[in-house]
Design a protein around this ligand. Sequence first.
Ligand code: PEP
Ligand code: MN
Length: 340
Amino acid sequence: MVIVMKDSATQVLIEAVSERLKSLGFDVHKVVGVNKTILGAIGDKRDIDLRQFEIMEGVQEVVRITEPYKLSGRTFHQDNTVVKVKDASFGDDEIHVIAGPCSIESEEQVFTIAEKVKKAGATVLRGGAFKPRTSPYSFQGLGEDGLKILKKAGEEFHLATISEIMRENQLDMMLEYVDILQVGARNMQNFPLLKELGKIRKPILLKRGMAATIEEFLMAAEYIMAGGNYDVILCERGIRTFENYTRNTLDISAIPVVHKLSHLPIIVDPSHGTGLRDKVGPMARAAVAAGADGLTIEVHHEPEKALSDGAQSLYPYQFERLMEELRMIAWAIGRKIKQG
Ligand code: PEP
Ligand code: MN
């Protein structure tokens, strides 16, 4: 880190900051300019609260040089991480699409949708069994019975499966049914859950919290990786802003920002990102054009009857058409989406 002292800082104040840095184990290099003194603090000490320097007398500015996310950051890991799950891979030149209903409702529903999304080119089947609903009176999901349906459909149509885990005690059971565990936006900073997911060796799809900065997002990934599980896929799903025409504001710029800061793959969820079916296609196309490593899209054959998120679910024919468009965009930027 670099500490810039105020023009008015006396030698005593400069020494006090320097001594504090040394007492914390930093090597201190002092650069004395005409008006200003700058203290360069060398040392890999990520757990230090920088505000203690900001509030010291004589300090003008504290600048962090190395990012606090060591494992998820690109500094110490230049090459892209590729997360492979059955026929899907996230982080290489292929773009893979996760598709399926918001919630698993019945075997007939999941099988109908799975067949259609597979045909259109999806490689991972999604379906929520434990639903984080805003209202406790809304459909909460079918639980383990739903996961059994998801697994069966995955086997039938040769699709990898993904479902959201909401708490640690669901982990052992869920490992039997899904290939990827999803951490929802509301749980992005559920640190006990993230720590448990660090202990397993299955890919995790980590969704960005609705009020999380990108640094907080990468620190959440760090929690999982610190436990030894390096197969983390990040997912931009929109953040809360003052705009309320759409459900969330999809932060497309998070894609190049994350690609610069991190080696982890990042995919985009245009369904929760907009909350409106007619906005899903345009945002999916924009995400692929901006370099997303994949997408997760809600699809329902009877969205008007869906038990959750019908308004943002594509009809299968819309999904099929969108996949064709996405293939052309992927091709234009030197990537590809497999045919179904
Ligand atoms: C979901 O993908 O089903 C979901 C609930 O998403 P989010 O956590 O992004 O709201
Ligand atoms: Mn949903």
